[in-house]
Design a protein around this ligand. Structure first.
Ligand code: COA
Length: 199
């Protein structure tokens, strides 16, 4: 049953990918394929989130990079390595914490043309009012090719149908990456508060 479902999902993905590539206008460099379930069919909680991530989207770029929302495709060990050793905000984060954060997030894996994972981002969201984009990471050898910007744009586009009131992120020095896809400085930061180390 599970295998049959996986086969159907794979077939659906390939069909969408071929369809989109065939229809690609010559001037379009970045492609997006959206397969959102009807909003009315969403149930609540992690099961819905997981369904959304499993079934939904592969977005392709002309040079072979792709973003896949299938959480099962993630190289969790690699994501943990990146975050715990090279992401200043997550240094020392445990594998258990990374696994839990993946389970409870909408995940975006970035993959090279050979299928290897080269980046990651995740979104914490209620899919109704707000989302938090975080843990954005592009492997060092693949930086400077516009992939960070593209990943942020893919996330933005995937969230767009939900008409969220705000998508928030925090960054120390990568403002330029996010500004390119529409993020602006928080207009009234004095409204924000934080409960540090809550629990
Ligand atoms: C930040 C990061 C995701 C950017 O990925 P990338 O694929 O190199 O980004 P892009 O190629 O799309 O860069 C877009 C632009 O932003 C600039 N930029 C990228 N990272 C930047 C940073 N950390 N600080 C300042 N500018 C940055 C690039 O120079 C580029 O500018 P240009 O178009 O004028 O040349 C990547 O450097 C990374 O993973 N860094 C470590 C983790 C991190 O800091 N994540 C962000 C957390 S908010």
């Amino acid at each position: 049953m599970g295998n049959e479902r996986d086969r159907m999902i794979t077939a659906k993905r390939c069909a969408w990918r071929s369809h989109a590539v065939a229809r690609r206008p010559p001037s379009t460099r970045v492609l997006s394929m959206h397969m959102w379930p009807p909003l009315g069919s969403l149930t609540t909680g992690w099961a819905a989130m997981r369904e959304l991530a499993r079934d939904s989207v592969i977005t392709c770029r002309d040079d072979g990079y792709e973003v896949d929302m299938d959480s099962d495709r993630l190289d969790v060990g690699l994501v943990h390595h990146w975050l715990s050793t090279d992401a200043f905000w997550a240094l020392g984060r445990t594998r258990e914490t990374v696994e839990q954060s993946i389970r409870a997030s909408v995940n975006f894996g970035l993959y090279g043309s050979g299928g290897q994972q080269v980046g990651y981002a995740r979104v914490v969201t209620d899919l109704a009012t707000f989302a938090w984009l975080c843990d954005v990471y592009v492997e060092q050898a693949h930086r400077g090719k516009g992939l960070g910007t593209w990943l942020a744009a893919v996330v933005r586009d995937h969230l767009a149908p939900y008409k969220l009131k705000r998508v928030i992120l925090s960054t120390v020095d990568a403002h330029e990456v996010y500004a390119k896809v529409g993020f602006v400085p928080f207009p009234d930061p004095q409204k924000l508060m934080i409960l540090k180390d809550a629990g």
